[in-house]
Design a protein around this ligand. Sequence first.
Ligand SMILES: Nc1ncnc2c1ncn2[C@@H]1O[C@H](COP(=O)(O)OP(=O)(O)OP(=O)(O)O)[C@@H](O)[C@H]1O
Length: 252
Amino acid sequence: MLETRGLTIRFGGHVAVDHVSCAFAPGTLTAIVGPNGAGKTTYFNLISGQLPASEGQVLLDDMDISGLSAPQRTRRGLGRAFQLTQLFPGLSVQENVRLAVQARHGGGMNLWQVWRDRRDWLEETRELLTTVRLFDRRDALAASLSHGDQRKLEVALLMALDPRVYMFDEPTAGMSLDEAPVVLDLIRALKARRDRVILLVEHKMDVVRELADRIVVLHQGALVADGEPAAVIASDVVQQAYLGTAATQEAA
Ligand SMILES: Nc1ncnc2c1ncn2[C@@H]1O[C@H](COP(=O)(O)OP(=O)(O)OP(=O)(O)O)[C@@H](O)[C@H]1O
């Protein structure tokens, strides 16, 4: 279970995320929506530890992880699609995924075991590359991939680490029409497992409607609606937030 309590960040006088309290259970895909500048990405940054909160806490399985760095949170099971710049742009696609697979399994000093495991890691790596349709590009340097392929690699790395909490920030942004379904299929498959917390920031409402079990709406940094998708989408507060009029008084 992931939870934020009163999570807040101020940039000078501007409150970008304003006392957001919300709990996310395994087996549920929650879409976080809201107009441009609502604070969605900043909320993600606070959860994953890319930004320090001004106030409030992030809890994972009831443990306060607010004081941990982003890498420490990753080790506790918070997984966010990486930016390729954080990876190994000079290594091949396959090497990047294999390192993530290996990181999940942990490497020991028993060389015989490592050698045997290595074959399993390679097998798992190949399966992941096939799933995200990057197998043909496995020997290419990560840095040389097209934008769409880079996004697919980011998702493959996340799947390789198989965290308890998956955070997707506009996973299909900038992808072509034939690339986006590959990533959406993966998120669908992940959701079908019903054992992971999945958070999705997404502007495309058709994607949200289809994938989300629950929608949380941010508006001017505050949580203004939270609930079952059809009801949230139809609510006045969402209609008004998307039309750009003040809606924070009508919090659900
Ligand atoms: N590092 C920062 N310094 C100052 N202001 C920031 C910083 N990061 C975000 N903001 C401000 O916080 C607010 C929320 O931004 P954020 O990017 O989280 O919104 P968003 O909902 O993700 O928007 P979009 O849908 O356009 O991506 C915006 O007003 C933004 O300008």
